[in-house]
Design a protein around this ligand. Structure first.
Ligand SMILES: C[S@@+](CC[C@H](N)C(=O)[O-])C[C@H]1O[C@@H](n2cnc3c(N)ncnc32)[C@H](O)[C@@H]1O
Length: 319
């Protein structure tokens, strides 16, 4: 299978990691392996651990990077990145020099019609990135209480028509189970007033995004994983994170800010004592965005935001 995923901010994200040739790195979101390849190019004796919860991404890269895997430079891990710490510990790794996230789904997952991620392909309402998981979009749409549906659609989809759409879903599912993406698209269209349907892209875009985030617990997994990644970093170790939607970016921004915040200087204290200085520093005060050239070549990149953080010191350990 061809893996037609165009990597976003490939150079910028890998540059932000400042890869050391002998370092230990993690690509938390392997996908089509674009960032992985760029990191591998910079490693000599170092090693890269690459996670993906989607079996098809693992299979594809097993073939693509067979030589690096055989040489022990690349280890593929079919796991959720929220298990970063335990999965790495199982490999004997307790500290790393860098972790890269390129969040969301790949174009390949969107284009695999049967996965149910796209409102443009008629398919079962699935949306699982990890085929081993039991929760699907069909369960949420048909079996979750009305209040939870409203919460998912308004919070994860940031959809002002979330409640109206949830009402239409409730009415439709009372008659018969909603099983396909096109069934859902038709119901969503009914929930959005005609004038609003003419703006802001496809009417089902927000609903599909919201359901995908809920099915895969994308924000929960990201928060868990970033917490572990921050703790795993060695001094001068870095995290580079690319997000494509505002809630993810907000979460990354807040966690990075919190970790790198300077404590308030006590009155009369001209300089902050070393032990009170933050353990991390922000690498990006403002998110890095794709260039106009990248945006015009790859429409998917337009919402991308890249942020980075570096560990300065490790509390309680001599460096
Ligand atoms: C945008 S793609 C990454 C593309 C990749 N950087 C490239 O250049 O080809 C995101 C990938 O991360 C995977 N993914 C998303 N969330 C994950 C999670 N919580 N754990 C493991 N993999 C995840 C998806 O299955 C998908 O293959």
């Amino acid at each position: 299978m061809a893996f037609e995923h165009v990597t976003v901010l490939q150079q910028e994200a890998v540059d932000l990691l400042a890869v050391k040739a002998d370092g230990l790195y993690v690509d938390a979101t392997l996908g089509g392996g674009g960032h992985t390849g760029r990191i591998l190019d910079q490693l000599t004796t170092g090693r890269l651990y690459a996670f993906d919860q989607d079996q098809s991404a693992i299979d594809y890269n097993q073939a693509q990077y067979a030589a690096a895997i055989a040489a022990g430079r690349l280890v593929l891990l079919h796991d959720n990145f929220r298990n970063l710490e335990t999965a790495l510990a199982a490999q004997g790794v307790t500290a790393v020099d860098g972790v890269l996230y390129d969040l969301g789904v790949s174009s390949v997952q969107f284009d695999q019609g049967d996965r149910g991620f796209s409102y443009q392909h008629d398919a079962p309402l699935d949306m699982r990135m990890d085929q081993r998981q039991s929760l699907t979009a069909q369960t949420i749409v048909n079996d979750w209480p009305f209040a939870d549906l409203v919460r998912v659609l308004t919070r994860y989809g940031e959809d002002r028509f979330g409640k109206q759409i949830a009402r239409k879903i409730e009415a439709a599912r009372a008659k018969q189970r909603i099983v396909t993406t096109f069934d859902l698209v038709a119901i969503v269209k009914e929930g959005i007033p005609a004038p609003a349907r003419r703006h802001g892209g496809h009417p089902a875009k927000r609903t599909f995004q919201a359901l995908r985030v809920a099915v895969n617990d994308e924000l929960g997994a990201l928060e868990d994983s970033l917490t572990q990644a921050l703790a795993l970093l060695r001094p001068q170790g870095r995290i580079a994170a690319i997000s494509f939607q505002s809630q993810e970016d907000r979460l990354i921004k807040q966690m990075f800010r919190e970790k790198s915040k300077q404590p308030d200087l006590p009155r009369g204290l001209p300089v902050l004592p070393d032990e009170q200085a933050p353990d991390y520093r922000l690498l990006t005060k403002k998110a890095i965005k794709p260039t106009a050239a990248e945006e015009s070549q790859n429409h998917r990149s337009t919402s991308a935001q890249l942020r980075g953080i570096e560990r300065i010191k490790v509390v309680g350990k001599k460096q």
